[in-house]
Design a protein around this ligand. Structure first.
Ligand code: NAD
Length: 351
């Protein structure tokens, strides 16, 4: 029999959760939604589910096993604690909370009640990210030492509550949290320093563009950038490894790997070389036969893998993939990003 799930916050992503579960996850049946906007009742009923007129109505329904929280960010903590205390398994949208302290409060309650608590970090199943991860795991071009991870748009304004500080708006919380979660998943080493530059170009209250440079203890550095005012975009991922470079251009996963094909040492001329860069030996083009171009590897990517794992974790057949402890690392990084912006200084840390 399918697990019964209720959605709190039946807006943009709330309705997406419903449709996606209906289509891909037969182990879960979405049965109801609760939303503070009364007009959502008609939408929910049209979508074939019950509408709860209050949060208590949803929480008191003992047939509901799992709750997905998909409200603006500032409501996540209180809602998650209430749901867990009512004996529900809880999935919370990202960013899980406004800061690491809030998440710790949730984690205590989840532990006391023995219920599952997870964060919807669905972008761990993005095709672009899984390709990057596979290149690293396969060691195709050696060890990575620098990664650029970017998402750039040009709409300039932020949608709805995303423009308000009180609601946890801004791009660090919105997209930054995904890109940071991916990096912490990819790199098996603590973050030891970071420096953040946040911009409020058009938004009055929150960051609408940002760059963060992070260094990990194993020596790898990563640049994370979100832009909403970028008219000439850069690649989604660019990765420098010891034996080559990988580029993933866009969401369609265009891109390539260029790999050293033979490690013959470069012979140096005593004479300067005249190149299109001017007179230089270091930047003179490498002989063509010493590199080869490879296509990006193929991967299986499906966001519904997230919910499949939730079911398996409830049943005890798999370990939970997106854990609260991982969420705590992400939120701690985010806390330090805001601190770096506030102080104008790089931050030393061990996260
Ligand atoms: N994982 C992803 O890919 C992804 C994508 C988009 C949004 N999100 C996250 O999902 C959450 C919602 O974002 P959205 O784009 O769907 O916003 P939205 O504004 O489209 O929908 C939010 C809904 O929550 C309702 N709501 C607000 N306060 C509430 C409360 N206290 N109790 C019950 N309902 C309440 C609103 O009426 C609205 O229907 C945010 O945390 C956001 O960061 C995640």
């Amino acid at each position: 029999m399918a697990y019964k799930l209720g959605i709190i916050g039946y807006g943009g992503i709330g309705t997406w959760h419903h449709k996606s579960l209906q289509k891909f996850v037969e182990e879960i049946e979405v049965v109801c939604a609760y939303d503070i906007r009364p007009e959502v009742k008609e939408i929910a009923i049209n979508h074939g589910i019950q509408f709860c007129n209050s949060l208590d109505e949803l929480l008191q329904d003992e047939t509901i096993d799992i709750v997905t929280i998909a409200t603006p960010n500032n409501f996540h903590k209180d809602l998650a604690i209430k749901c867990l205390k009512s004996g529900k398994h809880v999935i919370c949208e990202k960013p899980v909370t406004m800061n690491a302290e809030e998440l710790k409060e949730i984690m205590i309650v989840a532990k006391e009640g023995g219920k599952l608590f997870s964060i919807h970090q669905n972008r761990r199943w993005d095709e672009t990210y899984l390709i990057l991860k596979k290149i690293v795991e396969d060691g195709t071009i050696g060890k990575p030492y620098y990664i650029e991870s970017r998402v750039q748009g040009s709409r300039r304004s932020l949608h709805g509550w995303r423009g308000y500080k009180e609601n946890g708006g801004g791009m660090v919380y919105d997209w930054g949290v995904h890109l940071i979660d991916q990096l912490l998943d990819l790199v098996d080493s603590p973050v030891v320093s970071l420096e953040a530059h946040l911009f409020s170009i058009f938004s009055k209250e929150v960051d609408d563009n940002f760059k963060v440079l992070m260094r990990f203890e194993n020596g790898l550095s990563a640049l994370v950038e979100i832009a909403t005012n970028c008219f000439i975009t850069q690649p989604r991922f660019h990765m420098s490894c010891t034996d080559g470079t990988a580029i993933i251009e866009n969401w369609d996963c265009d891109g390539k790997i260029v790999k050293l094909s033979c490690d013959e040492t470069m012979e140096w001329d005593n004479d300067i070389v005249y190149t299109s860069a001017g007179p230089t030996r270091t930047m003179a083009p490498r002989p063509v036969h010493t590199t080869e171009e490879l296509p990006l590897p193929k991967v299986e990517a499906n966001w519904s893998a997230y919910y499949k794992n939730i079911v398996a974790a409830i049943e005890g057949t798999e370990e939970l993939i997106v854990t609260p402890e991982q969420g705590l690392r992400v939120m701690t990084v985010i806390d330090r990003i805001f601190e770096s912006e506030r102080t104008g200084l790089p931050i030393k840390c061990r996260i």
